[in-house]
Design a protein around this ligand. Structure first.
Ligand code: 9Z6
Length: 347
């Protein structure tokens, strides 16, 4: 199919998707926050680059009054860690993230892996204060300092999504709001976006019953009460990346998407296919099992550059791959193609 035809058909599919699905309740307030955020930086630091980082997995509800949903894998580590790196590099960050997924800074002390309560003691003086244990104070101070700096300078805007429909409406709205930024805008699409969904007209209103007990209100009669199979019929989500590149995103903006695979034999080819299909700037390919210590950059000049964390640094605590991605990104941006193959050494 010729690119032109693909573009038209994916534009039509995207337009139809937005017509048939309701926009998220929070969209207007998010647009107001983003407009104000972009305006603030345009007035106070007109040269500052603004990056939209997407992070976390989107859901596909099975019922309109959602009890069950299909989720896409993502803890939000990639997006949250990369956002911290962008902030360190002087970007302003709009962080479009799955509700309750990891966030920049607080990810270091998330409720599940590194509960902050484990680093504190009640103070032994009569004030009954609480203190951070000595061995954790230095790191926590550094994180707190960066967090406060980002907040005080209004460099980080946190906007949550839940469903794939929320995500697509938000992405379109934010990309459009970023138009005045032009080539200072960047898109870093680390969110794990659903490829399939249930169209609204085919979605059950109420919780799907697990037994055929006639309780669906339609038949009224007594069902057999036997447990039943659930057959789900999903449609493909419109390929929005094309529409983002062709119309939503500001001309000259840098667009980086991630390609997630589990089969190493498919990764590079699928990432190359995405770049050929969508004509954006870079696809960063990663495998589910090795995503924390290796990624591959697929660039428009046909380059395939692996960025790997040295084996000695692959401990659980090392979160440097995103810093190395940022370094490689910067190198590629400033001097396209000079991403020498092999490991990018950490700066
Ligand atoms: C999700 C992870 C693996 C990070 O994991 P955590 O650190 O645990 O958060 C991220 O690195 C990633 O690959 N993100 C992208 C995953 C993804 O869904 N990519 C899509 C492309 S972007 S969605 C684009 C849409 N399908 C279209 O074609 O328009 C794909 O692989 O197909």
């Amino acid at each position: 199919m010729s690119p032109h035809k693909t573009t038209e058909s994916s534009k039509d599919a995207a337009a139809e998707y937005f017509e048939k699905n309701p926009s998220p309740k929070a969209l207007n307030s998010h647009q107001a926050l983003a407009r104000e955020f972009i305006q603030y930086h345009a007035e106070t630091s007109p040269d500052r680059r603004i990056v939209l980082v997407t992070s976390g997995g989107t859901t596909v509800p099975l019922e309109n009054q959602t009890v069950r949903f299909i989720d896409n894998f993502s803890a939000g580590t990639r997006g949250a860690t990369s956002a911290e790196y962008f902030l360190k590099q002087g970007y302003a960050v709009i962080f479009l993230h799955r509700q309750f997924s990891l966030l920049p800074y607080s990810r270091h002390y998330s409720h599940s892996t590194n509960c902050f309560l484990d680093f504190m003691d009640e103070h032994q003086d009569d004030e009954g204060g609480v203190v951070v244990r000595k061995e954790y104070q230095e790191k926590m101070r550094r994180v707190l300092e960066e967090y406060h700096y980002a907040k005080q300078n209004r460099l980080l805007l946190l906007l949550p999504f839940v469903t794939v429909t929320d995500y697509l409406f938000e992405l379109r709205a934010l990309a459009t709001l970023m138009h005045p930024i032009g080539s200072r805008a960047m898109f870093y699409l680390a969110a794990a976006v659903s490829d399939f969904f249930i169209p609204r007209e085919r979605m059950d209103e109420h919780k799907i019953q697990s037994r055929d007990n006639g309780a669906d209100g339609e038949t009224g009669g007594q069902g057999s009460g036997a447990s039943r199979q659930l057959v789900i019929n999903l449609d493909p989500v419109p390929k929005f990346l094309n529409t983002l590149v062709q119309s939503w995103a500001p001309k000259g903006s840098m667009i980086v998407s991630f390609k997630l695979e589990t089969n190493p034999d498919l990764l590079v080819a699928k990432a190359e296919q995405a770049l050929e299909r969508y004509h954006h700037d870079v696809v960063i390919g990663n495998l589910l099992t090795t995503r924390k210590w290796e990624v591959v950059f697929i660039t428009r000049d046909g380059g395939e550059h692996w960025v790997r964390v040295p084996k000695t640094r692959r401990s659980k605590s090392f979160s440097g791959i995103e810093k190395m991605i940022g370094l490689a990104e910067r190198k590629h941006e400033q001097h396209p193609i000079d991403l020498e193959g092999g490991t990018v050494t950490e700066g």
